[in-house]
Write a protein that binds this ligand. Structure first.
Ligand code: MV4
Length: 499
């Protein structure tokens, strides 16, 4: 492997190129007209413009990217995250063109792309699942019986969804039929696949994911967990490793579950198995992400590994150079996503020019970014400016370092999530480790009016429903139908949480 093309932009593209360069591999950037002056273009050994700013006309144009590969004699493609990274059709086209896809096989991507197929595989290998259906819903009366047996509230999820897309909460039997029909037609419209399934709605869950690495010789290891419960509308804002609630025994069980699932689908490359953890510390498989994730640096800090180098070595056909027994957790790492968003204005993307941009430095601090002072932030893409990651000997040192780095970071010209991050890092429930995915809506004031947790809870459930609708492509629906029921369910949900 002498030359790789990174089919992506921004911080992740730079991060991948850095590892490639250390390995003596040449890099090729592709870019849109909005990214002519981007850092990933300047860092690459070669760079080719592939189209206008909208990603549908540039970063998602697999055909153009493959043409560039042929022209420049590229050996392999790294897809990064987002864009084409979990597109099995593209991965197959890459393989058919005789180019290495630095990711899993298209077959494994396809299997995990179907949430139902993933659940079936998990079940076969004794990976715990949320009580629910493992087959697509066939008929309404059958489905109602199942929902009644599971017990309300339930969630209806689209098999082709994921990451919160195409999810609907159902509070009681009365609204079940209507919600089911909507979920099916939304899934059909958004994904071209109307298969949906039902799950028990787990209240106040934590989101904990296991990083795995597998080679092409059947060896799979887990690189421990990342705690990702500090989220807003399915957008993670703070991630850390290890999680403060897992016992060594639970970590091993979850790790073994993740490895079993990966082995079951012949998985190779880096991957992440997502779990929900309830207030009784039961864990349930949710879905598997078949890509390198945004938050991978916290795992790199605690394991001492370079995940991109590992991906490249695996793609070259090498065996993993270590076993599970060789792996140990070193200290604690925490990441804040620095986004050009205004936390006081409902986290709306804030566009503009980076008037001042000075990175923090010093012990245990890493900044993965793709911008420089004076650059305009393009409106076409993700508003994440940078990832600020801190590492320390334990959780409190990681927190102190991250706080110190936030103070050193100087960004003017746009609003960012830096001050929001500082607020989280000083919150007593965050410090004590007693938090779940309801943390931000429960505690954060989204505007100048001080919201009571009660109001915040209702706001969140409406926002959640709105996000589910938006994710399913429904802009005409009535997001307020069932609002009261949802708010009621949410009140119960808050009461049930362990805080
Ligand atoms: C759930 C759930 C509760 N019960 N499934 C959201 C993202 C997608 N991967 C699955 N998600 C959820 N699935 C059951 N059966 C709650 C969520 C959920 C969530 C999960 C992780 C992190 C943040 C979340 C925020 C809202 C809902």
């Amino acid at each position: 492997m002498k030359k790789i093309l990174i089919a992506n932009r921004g911080e992740i593209t730079l991060r991948i190129m850095r590892s490639a360069r250390e390995m003596g591999i040449k890099t090729v950037a592709v870019y849109s007209e909005a990214d002519r002056n981007a850092l990933h273009v300047r860092y690459a050994d070669e760079a080719v413009c592939i189209g206008p700013p909208p990603s549908s006309q540039s970063y998602l144009r697999g055909d153009r990217i493959l043409e560039v590969c042929k022209q420049l004699k590229v050996d392999a493609i790294h897809p990064g995250y987002g864009f084409l990274s979990e597109n099995a059709v593209f991965a197959r086209q890459v393989r058919d063109a005789g180019i290495i896809f630095i990711g899993p096989s298209p077959e494994a991507m396809e299997l995990m792309g179907s949430k139902l197929a993933a659940k079936e595989t998990a079940k076969k290998h004794h990976v715990p699942l949320v009580p629910g259906t493992e087959q697509p819903i066939a008929g309404i009366s059958e489905a109602k019986k199942i929902a009644a047996k599971i017990g309300y509230p339930v969630l209806i999820k689209a098999s082709a969804g994921g990451g919160g897309k195409g999810m609907r909460t159902v509070e009681n039997e009365k609204e079940f039929e209507e919600q089911l029909n909507r979920a099916i037609s939304e899934a059909q419209a958004a994904f071209g696949d109307g298969s949906v399934f039902i799950e028990k709605y787990v209240t106040a869950p934590r989101h904990i994911e296991i990083q795995i690495l597998g080679d092409q010789h059947g060896n799979v290891v887990y690189l421990f967990e990342r705690e990702c419960s500090i989220q807003r509308r399915h957008q993670k804002l703070i991630e850390e490793a290890p999680s403060s609630i897992l016992t060594e025994e639970m970590r091993q069980r979850m790790g073994n579950s993740a490895v079993a699932l990966a082995k079951a689908c012949g998985y190779y490359n880096a991957g992440t198995v997502e779990f929900l953890v309830d207030d009784q510390l039961n864990y349930y498989f949710l879905e598997m992400n078949t890509r390198l994730q945004v938050e991978h640096p916290v795992t790199e800090f605690i394991t001492g590994l370079d995940l991109v180098k590992e991906q490249i070595k695996i793609a070259r056909g090498e065996k993993l150079s270590f076993t599970q027994e060789d792996l140990k957790i070193h200290g604690h790492a925490m990441e804040l996503r620095v986004c050009a968003e205004d936390p006081m204005n409902n986290f709306l993307p804030d566009i503009g020019k980076l008037k001042t941009y000075r990175r923090p430095q010093g012990p245990g601090v890493r900044v993965d970014d793709g911008f420089e002072e004076g650059m305009d932030i393009p409106i076409y893409y993700d508003p994440m400016l940078a990832k600020l990651i801190a590492h320390g000997k334990d959780r409190s040192e990681a927190i102190e370092r991250l706080k110190r780095a936030i103070d050193e970071y100087e960004i003017t010209g746009v609003q960012t999530t830096l001050t929001f991050g500082k607020w989280v890092l000083e919150h007593p429930d965050f410090l004590s480790g007693h938090f779940d995915t309801g943390f931000i809506p429960k505690y954060f004031k989204t505007d100048s009016i001080q919201l009571q947790p009660e109001d915040a809870g209702e706001k969140e459930i409406v926002a959640l429903l709105g996000a589910a609708l938006a994710g399913a492509g429904d802009v005409t629906g009535e997001p307020l139908t069932g609002k009261k029921a949802l708010a009621k369910s949410h009140t119960k949900w808050r009461k049930n949480r362990l805080l």
